[in-house]
Design a protein around this ligand. Structure first.
Ligand code: ADP
Ligand code: 5GP
Length: 187
């Protein structure tokens, strides 16, 4: 399927809400939808590929990119830096594609308020905080302390859901994916 070109499709929501799962399905489905590969200072996890999931860079490299105005937005998320490079976004848009950003709620909010691009913002949430907690536990890659911090952070992030164009409750994954498809197909 083809998506209307020129859009930034921002998928945001608390950690564990299902952003990566939904993003992966959308990128397989829409052929002219690119993925915005963020830069991050966090360590690569097992199974991740440099330049595909993220560009893994040092704090000094990140600071240099900030100085050179190379980020559309950047944030400290869970004590690591994450940023959206501008250049690939401009290239995608020039090429008649749209580009999908899987970013945190603060970063999404700043793009929605300041950017010069056409945006479609989608907030993903779980049916409840308890379900979010269960999914973070099931991921099996976070300590108890990290899970508690992410759940606490989620409660704040959920307050911003009303600022987004669309809200998807990710109960059943295929239904959530269908809903995202419907939104993007309608651009
Ligand atoms: P995020 O990218 O927002 O942190 P993920 O996509 O990594 O979230 O999802 C968090 C965890 O929940 C993963 O283990 C994923 O497989 C699982 N998950 C995602 N959506 C669902 C769903 N609808 N039902 C059950 N588990 C899900
Ligand atoms: P993870 O380290 O689990 O891949 O991602 C942690 C959080 O950082 C997720 O909420 C993810 O959406 C967010 N994130 C990833 N890239 C960016 C980015 O470029 N900017 C911002 N603001 N958040 C990002």
């Amino acid at each position: 399927m083809i998506v209307k070109g020129g859009f930034l499709i921002i998928v945001a929501g608390p950690s564990g809400s299902g952003k990566s799962s939904i993003t992966k399905l959308l990128l397989e489905y829409f052929k002219n939808l690119d993925f915005s590969i963020s830069c991050t200072t966090r360590k690569m996890r097992q199974g991740e590929i440099e330049g595909e999931h993220y560009k893994f860079i040092t704090q000094d490299e990140f600071n240099l990119m900030i100085e050179e105005n190379k980020f559309l937005e950047y944030e400290n998320v869970h004590n690591e830096l994450y940023g959206t490079p501008i250049e690939p976004i401009s290239d995608s848009v020039k090429f008649g594609h749209s580009i999908l950003l899987d970013i945190d709620v603060k970063g999404a909010y700043s793009i929605m308020n300041t950017n010069h691009f056409d945006c479609c913002s989608i907030f993903i949430k779980t049916p409840s905080i308890e379900v979010l907690h269960e999914r973070l536990v099931a991921r099996n890659d976070l300590t108890d302390d990290q899970i508690e911090k992410r759940v606490a952070e989620a409660k704040n992030e959920l307050k911003k859901s009303t600022y987004f164009d669309h809200l998807i409750i990710n109960d059943d994954l295929s239904e959530a994916f269908n809903e995202a498809k419907r939104i993007i197909s309608g651009l």
